[in-house]
Design a protein around this ligand. Structure first.
Ligand code: PXP
Length: 237
């Protein structure tokens, strides 16, 4: 069974909608670990739309499992990662207009930039993963950067509109896991995984970890609302 890493970015998204102090992703990380998460994932974006520098600093002190810092391969953020020293850095592409990470890194198009960032981070003794699409050329390019791991993008599988597409995307992911392992890369997977589609991915041999955010935070709101309303009613009475 793969380890589950919980991405808590969207706890910060709710907080930032009021630019306030709650809900605090630090508390969410603590409770996720208590529930069995084996890692906490946060994406420090250049535009700081959800996770803030303060979150990362406190999480570095409080996360007891493993902190996986997602980030774009850009100078400012690379320096922050080197300073924070998460157990793992995951390099992802980033575009200001995007709603969420839209696909894997195009290592073939930007080999030097990505290898440069990997090299700089690894030189400081940090573990590096690259978020890539399930594509054999990207896997080979990932290996050439010197990265330790690849996170296979499961977004297209998650969004497949019919069973044929789903099977096709699943096959691509399975082949990519096998190809990555053959090259000596460690493998994780994530993006778009939810309570319905996760099982097939968690059954793929060799996938060490799953990184899941949106569906868990979305479900937390639904399963928690009854208790929250009852607590408020108690106070009103
Ligand atoms: N992996 C990576 C690289 C991501 O960028 C994200 C989204 O932040 C996830 C996994 C989690 O995706 P989701 O929120 O759809 O579960």
């Amino acid at each position: 069974m793969p380890r589950l890493n919980v991405n808590i970015d969207h706890v910060a998204t709710v907080r930032q909608s009021r630019r306030g102090v709650e809900p605090d992703p630090v508390f969410a990380a603590y409770l996720a670990e208590l529930a069995g998460a084996e890692g906490i994932v946060v994406h420090l974006r250049e535009d700081r739309r959800h996770i803030q520098d303060r979150d990362l600093k406190i999480l570095r002190q409080t996360v007891k499992t493993k902190l996986n810092m997602e980030m774009a391969p850009i100078e400012e953020i690379v320096e922050i990662a080197i300073d924070i020293r998460p157990e793992m850095v995951t390099l992802v592409p980033e575009r200001r207009e995007e709603i969420t990470t839209e696909g894997g890194l195009n290592i073939l198009a930007h080999p030097e930039t990505i290898a440069g960032a990997v090299n700089k981070i690894k030189k400081k003794g940090l573990f590096v993963s690259l978020f890539i699409d399930p594509n054999s050329e990207q896997i080979k390019a990932a290996k050439n950067t010197g990265a330790d791991m690849v996170e296979i993008h499961t977004g297209l599988y998650a969004e497949a509109k019919n069973i044929e597409e789903k099977i096709e995307e699943l096959k691509k992911i399975e082949n990519s896991v096998e190809a990555s392992l053959k090259l000596g890369l460690r493998v994780s997977a994530g993006h778009g995984l939810n309570y319905i589609n996760v099982r097939r991915i968690s059954q793929i041999r060799g996938v060490e970890e799953l990184n899941i955010g949106h569906s868990i935070i979305a479900r937390s709101v639904i399963v928690g609302i009854e208790k929250a309303v009852k607590e408020m009613l108690e106070l009103c009475r």
